[in-house]
Design a protein around this ligand. Structure first.
Ligand SMILES: Cc1cc2nc3c(=O)[nH]c(=O)nc-3n(C[C@H](O)[C@H](O)[C@H](O)COP(=O)(O)OP(=O)(O)OC[C@H]3O[C@@H](n4cnc5c(N)ncnc54)[C@H](O)[C@@H]3O)c2cc1C
Ligand code: SF4
Length: 329
């Protein structure tokens, strides 16, 4: 049995000070990722700082933005009236994730910071894992890689980022509010994550002594349509093989604005700028949607276990563009 200190903090400044004092300490929110990794022996923090008593539980609409406290649960956010009315893509991404029991514990901050499900990362007996042990290699590249990434991947690491919510939020240009020891900062979610190719070990720009306090979601125009499609091995309680978050603003048969996020394929929640470029100003037709999907997957890095994901992701995106636009021809 491994022992560790447990501290229950009550304010944000206390948490960042505790983190600054101990480079190996870690936060505990809903615990659905953190405790799993500790039980598996992947993480061994000497001190756990329980942040669940911090005043970060609110959801508030301010003008045309929704401000979501980092400790709001997935289930609470999915039930919010503004989310139901203006952000169907967020609601669908949340409700297609995990199980209701997990969603009642799991927080929004923790969801964005969840670690990869790569089985080699989660098994400390595996030696070759650049994410756990820098420069040790990557067991997944020649291993079982069905649940791995093709975008932002390389021979160094093909670990998938598994959050569904983050895929919807990158498409919506959400912002992450962060509290550090002496300053606060706001980071666009599109700039928050690093690809595994850039840095297998470090997955995002959060410093050790920084806390996510809030996520800010700009509300799209009322006329915009959005949705989330998740393709997985079974109908519930399973991570995505491929997913697409789509937001479209149509003017007759022309696409005026397009925002696209892809999941199940990226080492970070993937904003598909190439697809948006093809879609914007183009007629809403299946031919346009197919061109957009082709453009997005052009630079995919595949290994034998992940090659199927390229056509799967293309079809997933085309299908969701058809559903959101109401255009099948
Ligand atoms: C069986 C299973 C199935 C799942 N299926 C899905 C799925 O289909 N889709 C999906 O998206 N997710 C899925 N998940 C992941 C789940 O959504 C996450 O585990 C959960 O959202 C993490 O939130 P938490 O509050 O429990 O985080 P914790 O486990 O408490 O923390 C996770 C990490 O974030 C850090 N952290 C937490 N909050 C903050 C903060 N505010 N500031 C700084 N650091 C913080 C912690 O230190 C830790 O490193 C699944 C999980 C399990 C166990
Ligand atoms: S894919 Fe990344 S996390 Fe998985 S074994 Fe390879 S280096 Fe480690």
């Amino acid at each position: 049995m491994r022992t560790f200190d447990y501290v229950r903090a009550v304010d944000t400044q206390e948490v960042v000070r505790l983190l600054a004092d101990d480079p190996a300490a870690s936060c505990l929110a809903g615990g659905t990722t953190q405790l799993d990794l500790m039980k598996d022996g992947v993480l061994e923090p000497p001190r756990l700082i329980d942040i669940t008593r911090l005043p970060l539980h609110g959801i508030e609409r301010r003008g045309e933005s929704l401000h979501v406290g980092a400790l709001v649960t997935m289930e609470e956010l999915a039930a919010d009236a503004t989310v139901a009315e203006r952000l169907p893509v967020v609601r669908e991404a949340l409700l297609l994730g995990a199980s209701v029991q997990l969603r009642n514990m799991a927080t929004i901050g923790g969801n964005l910071l969840q670690r990869t499900r790569c089985r080699y990362f989660r098994d400390p007996t595996v030696q070759a894992c650049n994410k756990r042990a820098p420069d040790s290699g990557c067991a997944a590249v020649e291993g079982v890689a069905r649940m791995h990434a093709v975008l932002g991947a390389s021979e160094r690491c093909i670990a998938l980022h598994a959050s569904d919510l983050a895929v919807a939020l990158v498409a919506l240009d959400a912002l992450v509010h962060v509290q550090g020891v002496s300053e606060r900062r706001t980071v666009p979610l599109t700039e928050f994550y690093l690809t595994a190719d850039e840095s297998p070990r470090r997955e995002n720009v959060l410093e050790h002594a920084e806390l996510i306090t809030e996520v800010e979601i700009p509300l799209p125009p009322a006329a915009a349509r959005s949705g989330y499609l998740k393709v997985r091995d079974r109908a519930s309680y399973e991570f995505a093989l491929a997913s697409a978050a789509v937001l479209l603003l149509l003017d007759g048969g022309t696409i005026r604005r397009a925002r696209v996020g892809l999941g199940g394929v990226g080492t970070k929640p993937w904003r598909a700028y190439e697809a948006e470029h093809v879609l914007t100003g183009a007629p809403a037709t299946t031919a346009t949607f197919t061109d957009a999907a082709e453009a997005t997957m052009r630079d995919a890095f595949t290994v034998p276990g992940t090659a199927f994901k390229v056509p799967l992701a293309r079809r997933t995106l085309v299908r969701e563009l058809q559903t959101v636009s109401g255009v099948t021809a």
